[in-house]
Design a binder for this molecule. Structure first.
Ligand code: GRF
Length: 195
Protein backbone atom coordinates (compact mmCIF):
# COMPACT_ATOMS: atom_id res chain seq x y z
CA UNK A 1 0.00 0.00 0.00
CA UNK A 2 1.44 3.34 -1.06
CA UNK A 3 0.99 5.87 1.76
CA UNK A 4 1.02 9.63 1.89
CA UNK A 5 1.48 11.11 5.37
CA UNK A 6 0.27 14.60 6.34
CA UNK A 7 1.83 16.15 9.44
CA UNK A 8 2.11 19.57 11.08
CA UNK A 9 4.40 18.93 14.03
CA UNK A 10 6.89 16.58 15.60
CA UNK A 11 6.09 13.58 13.42
CA UNK A 12 6.48 10.88 16.06
CA UNK A 13 3.52 9.11 14.44
CA UNK A 14 5.25 9.35 11.05
CA UNK A 15 8.22 7.65 12.72
CA UNK A 16 5.97 4.94 14.20
CA UNK A 17 4.65 4.13 10.71
CA UNK A 18 8.18 4.04 9.25
CA UNK A 19 9.31 1.71 12.06
CA UNK A 20 6.32 -0.61 11.60
CA UNK A 21 7.15 -0.89 7.89
CA UNK A 22 10.81 -1.60 8.63
CA UNK A 23 9.89 -4.25 11.24
CA UNK A 24 7.61 -6.01 8.77
CA UNK A 25 4.49 -5.26 10.86
CA UNK A 26 3.05 -3.20 8.04
CA UNK A 27 3.22 -4.02 4.33
CA UNK A 28 3.37 -0.49 2.92
CA UNK A 29 5.66 2.26 1.69
CA UNK A 30 5.64 5.95 2.61
CA UNK A 31 5.72 7.72 -0.76
CA UNK A 32 5.77 11.27 0.57
CA UNK A 33 5.39 13.41 3.68
CA UNK A 34 3.40 16.61 3.22
CA UNK A 35 3.79 19.22 5.96
CA UNK A 36 2.41 22.73 6.38
CA UNK A 37 4.58 24.25 9.10
CA UNK A 38 8.06 25.17 7.79
CA UNK A 39 9.68 24.25 11.13
CA UNK A 40 7.87 20.91 11.54
CA UNK A 41 10.32 18.32 12.91
CA UNK A 42 8.44 15.71 10.87
CA UNK A 43 10.40 16.93 7.83
CA UNK A 44 13.70 16.14 9.57
CA UNK A 45 12.46 12.64 10.36
CA UNK A 46 11.39 12.14 6.74
CA UNK A 47 14.86 13.14 5.54
CA UNK A 48 16.43 10.66 8.00
CA UNK A 49 14.23 7.91 6.54
CA UNK A 50 14.96 9.00 2.96
CA UNK A 51 11.29 9.79 2.44
CA UNK A 52 10.60 12.74 0.12
CA UNK A 53 8.88 15.62 1.86
CA UNK A 54 6.93 18.54 0.40
CA UNK A 55 6.15 21.76 2.28
CA UNK A 56 2.69 23.11 1.43
CA UNK A 57 2.36 26.15 3.64
CA UNK A 58 -1.33 26.94 4.14
CA UNK A 59 -0.43 30.64 4.41
CA UNK A 60 0.39 30.59 0.68
CA UNK A 61 -3.18 29.63 -0.29
CA UNK A 62 -6.33 31.73 -0.43
CA UNK A 63 -8.69 29.01 0.74
CA UNK A 64 -8.75 25.57 2.33
CA UNK A 65 -9.91 24.21 -1.04
CA UNK A 66 -6.89 25.68 -2.82
CA UNK A 67 -4.55 24.06 -0.30
CA UNK A 68 -6.37 20.74 -0.63
CA UNK A 69 -6.15 20.90 -4.46
CA UNK A 70 -2.39 21.24 -4.16
CA UNK A 71 -2.29 18.39 -1.64
CA UNK A 72 -4.25 16.14 -4.02
CA UNK A 73 -1.95 17.03 -6.90
CA UNK A 74 1.12 16.23 -4.79
CA UNK A 75 -0.33 12.95 -3.53
CA UNK A 76 -1.12 11.91 -7.12
CA UNK A 77 2.35 12.91 -8.26
CA UNK A 78 3.78 10.46 -5.69
CA UNK A 79 1.27 7.70 -6.62
CA UNK A 80 -0.30 7.73 -3.16
CA UNK A 81 -3.18 5.28 -2.61
CA UNK A 82 -3.92 5.94 1.06
CA UNK A 83 -3.63 9.08 3.16
CA UNK A 84 -2.67 9.22 6.85
CA UNK A 85 -3.19 12.40 8.85
CA UNK A 86 -0.62 12.12 11.62
CA UNK A 87 -0.96 15.34 13.59
CA UNK A 88 -2.30 17.31 10.60
CA UNK A 89 -3.71 20.51 12.09
CA UNK A 90 -5.84 21.71 9.16
CA UNK A 91 -9.54 21.23 8.51
CA UNK A 92 -10.13 19.15 5.39
CA UNK A 93 -12.47 20.01 2.54
CA UNK A 94 -14.55 17.96 0.14
CA UNK A 95 -11.74 18.39 -2.42
CA UNK A 96 -9.43 16.01 -0.52
CA UNK A 97 -12.19 13.65 0.61
CA UNK A 98 -13.56 13.20 -2.93
CA UNK A 99 -10.07 12.49 -4.29
CA UNK A 100 -9.47 9.63 -1.78
CA UNK A 101 -12.88 8.22 -0.85
CA UNK A 102 -12.67 6.01 2.30
CA UNK A 103 -8.90 6.26 1.99
CA UNK A 104 -8.04 8.95 4.53
CA UNK A 105 -7.51 8.27 8.24
CA UNK A 106 -6.70 10.53 11.18
CA UNK A 107 -5.29 10.02 14.67
CA UNK A 108 -6.75 12.03 17.53
CA UNK A 109 -5.58 12.10 21.18
CA UNK A 110 -8.89 11.32 22.90
CA UNK A 111 -11.52 8.62 23.01
CA UNK A 112 -13.85 10.10 20.39
CA UNK A 113 -16.56 11.32 20.37
CA UNK A 114 -15.26 12.97 23.55
CA UNK A 115 -12.94 15.97 23.30
CA UNK A 116 -12.89 16.79 19.60
CA UNK A 117 -10.72 19.53 18.19
CA UNK A 118 -7.58 21.18 19.50
CA UNK A 119 -6.19 20.68 23.03
CA UNK A 120 -7.95 17.35 23.44
CA UNK A 121 -5.54 16.32 26.20
CA UNK A 122 -6.20 19.51 28.17
CA UNK A 123 -9.94 19.05 27.61
CA UNK A 124 -9.79 15.57 29.17
CA UNK A 125 -7.84 16.83 32.20
CA UNK A 126 -10.26 19.73 32.67
CA UNK A 127 -13.25 17.38 32.48
CA UNK A 128 -11.82 15.25 35.29
CA UNK A 129 -12.25 11.95 33.46
CA UNK A 130 -10.12 9.10 34.79
CA UNK A 131 -9.60 7.37 31.45
CA UNK A 132 -8.85 8.94 28.10
CA UNK A 133 -6.92 7.62 25.10
CA UNK A 134 -6.60 7.90 21.36
CA UNK A 135 -8.66 7.13 18.28
CA UNK A 136 -7.92 6.32 14.64
CA UNK A 137 -10.89 7.10 12.42
CA UNK A 138 -11.84 7.55 8.79
CA UNK A 139 -11.89 11.20 7.84
CA UNK A 140 -15.18 12.86 7.02
CA UNK A 141 -15.95 16.53 6.44
CA UNK A 142 -16.90 17.18 10.05
CA UNK A 143 -13.79 17.42 12.25
CA UNK A 144 -12.83 14.32 14.30
CA UNK A 145 -16.11 12.60 13.39
CA UNK A 146 -15.72 9.82 10.80
CA UNK A 147 -16.22 6.08 11.52
CA UNK A 148 -13.91 4.81 14.27
CA UNK A 149 -11.34 2.13 13.33
CA UNK A 150 -9.31 1.53 16.51
CA UNK A 151 -9.11 3.07 19.98
CA UNK A 152 -6.77 2.61 22.93
CA UNK A 153 -7.54 3.60 26.52
CA UNK A 154 -5.04 5.49 28.70
CA UNK A 155 -5.46 6.07 32.46
CA UNK A 156 -5.19 9.59 33.87
CA UNK A 157 -2.97 9.78 36.96
CA UNK A 158 -3.66 12.15 39.89
CA UNK A 159 -0.48 14.15 39.27
CA UNK A 160 -0.81 14.35 35.49
CA UNK A 161 0.17 17.40 33.50
CA UNK A 162 -0.88 17.84 29.86
CA UNK A 163 2.68 16.94 28.84
CA UNK A 164 2.87 13.74 30.92
CA UNK A 165 -0.56 12.60 29.81
CA UNK A 166 0.10 13.39 26.14
CA UNK A 167 3.33 11.38 26.26
CA UNK A 168 1.42 8.39 27.70
CA UNK A 169 -1.25 8.75 24.99
CA UNK A 170 1.38 8.95 22.26
CA UNK A 171 2.83 5.57 23.24
CA UNK A 172 -0.58 4.13 22.40
CA UNK A 173 -0.93 6.21 19.23
CA UNK A 174 2.29 4.69 17.94
CA UNK A 175 0.75 1.23 18.39
CA UNK A 176 -2.72 1.76 16.96
CA UNK A 177 -1.90 3.97 13.96
CA UNK A 178 0.20 1.32 12.15
CA UNK A 179 -2.39 -1.30 13.19
CA UNK A 180 -5.20 0.76 11.67
CA UNK A 181 -3.26 1.18 8.43
CA UNK A 182 -2.62 -2.58 8.25
CA UNK A 183 -6.29 -3.30 8.94
CA UNK A 184 -7.46 -0.92 6.23
CA UNK A 185 -4.85 -2.21 3.78
CA UNK A 186 -6.23 -5.73 4.23
CA UNK A 187 -9.76 -4.51 3.60
CA UNK A 188 -8.76 -2.61 0.47
CA UNK A 189 -6.87 -5.64 -0.81
CA UNK A 190 -9.94 -7.84 -0.29
CA UNK A 191 -12.07 -5.34 -2.21
CA UNK A 192 -9.57 -5.29 -5.07
CA UNK A 193 -9.38 -9.08 -5.40
CA UNK A 194 -13.14 -9.57 -5.38
CA UNK A 195 -13.88 -6.88 -7.97
C1 GRF B 1 -0.80 13.45 18.15
O1 GRF B 1 -1.05 13.43 19.54
C2 GRF B 1 -2.07 13.38 17.38
O2 GRF B 1 -3.05 12.61 17.98
C3 GRF B 1 -2.49 14.82 17.35
O3 GRF B 1 -1.30 15.51 17.15
C4 GRF B 1 -0.22 14.79 17.72
C5 GRF B 1 0.85 14.61 16.67
O4 GRF B 1 2.03 14.08 17.21
N1 GRF B 1 -3.51 15.05 16.36
P1 GRF B 1 3.27 13.76 16.29
O5 GRF B 1 3.53 14.98 15.42
O6 GRF B 1 2.96 12.56 15.45
O7 GRF B 1 4.41 13.50 17.22
Amino acid sequence: LKLGVLASGSGSNFEAIANAIQNGQLNAQIQVLIYNQPQAYAAVRAANWNVPSVLLNHRDYNSREDLDRQIVQTLRQYNVEFVVMAGWMRLVTQVLIDAFPHRIINIHPSLLPSFKGVRAVEQALAAGVKITGCTVHLVSLEMDSGPILIQAAVPIMPDDTPEKLHARIQLQEHQILPQAIALTAQKLQALNTTS
